[in-house]
Design a protein. Structure first.
Length: 189
């Protein structure tokens, strides 16, 4: 059960390596480990924010695990963490980042942090567009006097301004690559 911290699922058929990654992340996140693809499908649920998946596993490959995660509709970010050098087959895969082993602690922690920032940005931007659309619909149908007298409209406008400020803060924390990926993810949604 999550204690409010993001949940990271580490999936690798090498228990020592999965446990090492978990140890690197456990101070910041709730971490689950799965020692194979089949076990990963038992561990994945709506609480998982980030999944770190090895591609080469004997029972169910990381590629198959990724495909099942996407088919099942889980809304987690996925990084492939693998010894497999990337080839053109990755173009159509639904992951968010790709790390080639060996992976350093700082690199793994940075990828998880980056993926969580992208998730925050995606959610904030979707909510912002929704609220702005509602405001535009009201402004196209209501008179200035009706808008000025509406507490709901005033509250919506305040919420839009507050969310805009949050988006500015989140955007400032994204590097150029994260920002580009976050926008591309929105386009794919």
């Amino acid at each position: 059960m999550s204690d409010g911290r993001p949940t990271v699922l580490v999936i690798d058929d090498e228990p020592d390596l999965a446990d090492l990654y978990a140890a690197w992340l456990t101070s910041e996140y709730d971490v689950r480990t799965a020692y194979g693809g089949g076990a990963a499908l038992e561990e994945i649920d709506e609480e998982v924010s980030v999944a770190l998946i090895d591609r080469l596993m004997p029972d169910l490959s990381g590629d198959e695990v990724l495909e099942r995660i996407r088919e099942e509709g889980y809304d987690c970010r996925v990084a492939m963490v693998t010894a497999v050098e990337p080839d053109f087959d990755i173009i159509d895969m639904g992951f968010d980042d790709y790390l080639v082993k060996p992976v350093r602690r700082e690199e793994l922690q940075g990828v998880v942090e980056s993926l969580l920032k992208r998730t925050t940005y995606d959610a904030q931007l979707r909510e912002y567009f929704s609220m702005v659309s509602k405001r535009a619909a009201l402004e196209s149908q209501k008179s200035d006097r009706e808008l000025a007298e509406s507490e709901a409209y005033a509250s919506l406008t305040e919420d839009i301004e507050a969310l805009s400020a949050q988006l500015d803060e989140t955007t400032a924390s994204l590097d150029a690559a994260d920002f580009e990926v976050a926008l591309r993810n929105l386009d794919d949604a």
